[in-house]
Design a protein around this ligand. Structure first.
Ligand code: CAP
Ligand code: MG
Length: 419
């Protein structure tokens, strides 16, 4: 076989004109041969040479395999920016996370990372609020936000959902949200829920003299999502949730483009179908980067200490990337707007006894979300809300949870229960 024109080892192409990707690749073929096959299939080639592909196009649009690490099976490919439609995540995924996963010659393949040039980044709006916007709305600047997912996931009526939210808002919770499988149900109609919840949210805000957020789950077909987002907006709500895996990033981007002034909360149920196997699929890091482009303001990224998968190294690297400034200091700030950072949401199996570990690992800029760890408190949701807030107070004051719990009975009960 003659050497592929796409093998350009040891010459790292400039980020400005390319998307730089990192893949993990397993195949019975030598790594370089398999890499050429995926580089071709994901760009201008196919399984055979083409009479229709001339040298000029090849030189202009051809992928460049610029690094092969045989030992750990890493392949780095630079794709010319012109291969991609600006502002179109679906097209990007069809290319870089598309056919190549189905090829017989590939045993395992994982898209580990993508770096985007400035021009590509600039074709997206990014979050409308981001960390600062959410914090500004709640007027909470120096601590993690405390959130709660109403449990059971589904089963309560709109009125019950509202009353429960009210009770926990009054006891220190900042943000309450629907669970991912609660949408518009026979026993809990979406518009009833919005009306009931927002009525009590107003009272809770007046009583606590603080702002509160309720995140309504609008996950569904695009037309329904938009209608529901408009209902939330019309009735005075400030936040909606979309499941970015089941609904897709393009629907998230579509909602963002409506500029409704609503905080977009990104749930990611189902992401493990492709993120969990370390040798195959797509890394959560890539999904998180794309969610930031699409315009998600706050995104589930894992807890490390809770019930879901995700090592400290993985979750931290994701949180870091969705918060960091994507434009280097050397860039001219003339024709770009900074893409706002996303607020990470830590959720899944959390309870008061885990708060100090969680903050130690993930820091202050997070939403700490309690479902079972609040509504499963042995003395009920009000005690659960207090226990969660007491755990955060203890961390803020630098007091050990056990010591703090000696004078805080709700925290004590929680620590005893989830020991
Ligand atoms: C948490 C949760 C969240 C997942 C999401 C649930 O409830 O509501 O959806 O944790 O996970 O239904 O399990 P609990 P991730 O607090 O009762 O566990 O953020 O990892 O996507
Ligand atoms: Mg949930």
């Amino acid at each position: 076989m003659s050497r592929s024109p796409y093998l350009k080892l040891n010459t790292k192409p400039a980020l400005q004109g390319h998307l730089l990707t990192v893949y993990y690749l397993e195949s019975d073929l030598p790594l370089s041969e398999a890499a050429v096959k995926i580089a071709e299939e994901s760009s201008i080639g196919t399984w055979t040479d083409l009479a229709t592909l001339n040298k000029k196009t090849q030189a202009k649009l051809g992928p460049k395999i610029y690094c092969l690490e045989t030992k750990n099976r890493i392949v780095k490919i630079a794709y010319p920016l012109d291969l991609f439609e600006l502002g179109n995540i679906a097209q990007l995924l069809s290319a870089l996370a598309g056919n190549i996963f189905s090829m017989k010659v590939i045993k395992n393949l994982r898209l580990l990372d993508i770096q985007f040039p400035q021009k590509y980044l600039n074709s997206f709006l990014g979050p409308a609020f981001g960390i600062q916007g959410v914090r500004n709305y709640l007027r909470i600047y120096n601590r993690p936000l405390i959130g709660s997912i109403i449990k059971p996931k589904v089963g309560l009526s709109a009125k019950e959902q509202a009353k429960l939210s009210y009770n926990i808002w009054l006891n220190g919770i900042d943000l309450v949200k629907d669970d991912e499988n609660l949408t518009d149900m026979r026993f809990n109609r979406f518009s009833d829920r919005v009306r009931e919840v927002l009525k009590l949210k107003k009272i809770a805000e007046a009583k606590t003299k603080s702002k509160k957020v309720y995140v309504f789950n609008i996950t569904g077909p695009a037309d329904l999502m938009l209608n529901r987002a408009k209902v939330v907006k019309k009735l005075g709500g400030r936040a909606v949730m979309i499941d970015i895996v089941s609904c897709g990033l393009d629907n998230a981007q579509f909602l963002r483009k409506q500029n409704l002034g609503l905080i977009l909360h990104g749930h990611r149920a189902g992401h493990s179908m492709f993120t969990k196997n370390p040798r195959h699929g797509m890394a959560m890091l890539v999904l998180a980067k794309l969610a930031r482009l699409a315009g998600i303001d706050q995104l589930h990224t894992g807890t490390v200490v809770g019930k879901m998968e995700g090592t400290a190294e993985e979750v931290l690297s994701i949180d870091e990337i969705i918060k960091e400034d994507w434009f280097g200091v050397n860039n001219e700030p003339t024709n770009w707007a900074r893409i706002k950072p996303i607020l990470p949401v830590a959720s899944g199996g959390l309870h008061p006894g885990l708060v100090h570990k969680l903050i130690k690992i993930l820091g202050n800029d997070i939403v700490i979300n309690f479902g079972g760890g609040l509504h499963g408190h042995p003395d009920g949701s009000i005690a659960g809300a207090r226990a969660c807030c007491q755990a955060l107070e203890a961390v803020e004051k630098g007091v050990g949870l056990e010591i703090y719990s000696q004078e805080h009975i709700e925290l004590k009960a929680a620590l005893d229960y989830w020991r």
